[in-house]
Write a protein of this length. Sequence first.
Length: 139
Amino acid sequence: MANTINVDIVSAEGEIYSGRASMVFVPAAQGDIGIAPRHAPLLTTLKAGEVRVQTPDGEEHGFYVGGGALEIQPQRVTVLADTALRAADLDEAAVLAAKQRAEEALRERGSEVSLAEAQAELVRLAAQVKMLQRLRKTK
């Protein structure tokens, strides 16, 4: 157990993952972070992207987070996500269709509020597409 760290990933909908890990990778606001057991304490925000959890038995679990907060303690990682999905739950066709709609909304140049919403949605969807592409390559 000394070479593992406890990981909890939660969103407003509930707990997505809880278990032990040998390594965790998260999309922090200032860049990706790799977290090993006994990592220094840290509090930071997350950007939209993929959280990867490597278990002690060599398995890897992927999760999409739409932003949120991260707390690291030497023996615990807590991801408080705005939204979170298991990688297997992402629907590639729906993601690509939503991305196309967001790109069209940007081209139409509506109000400043709708423009900002479309840009934010496009960032989230681009992170999902990137995650899906990585998953496709590993299969």
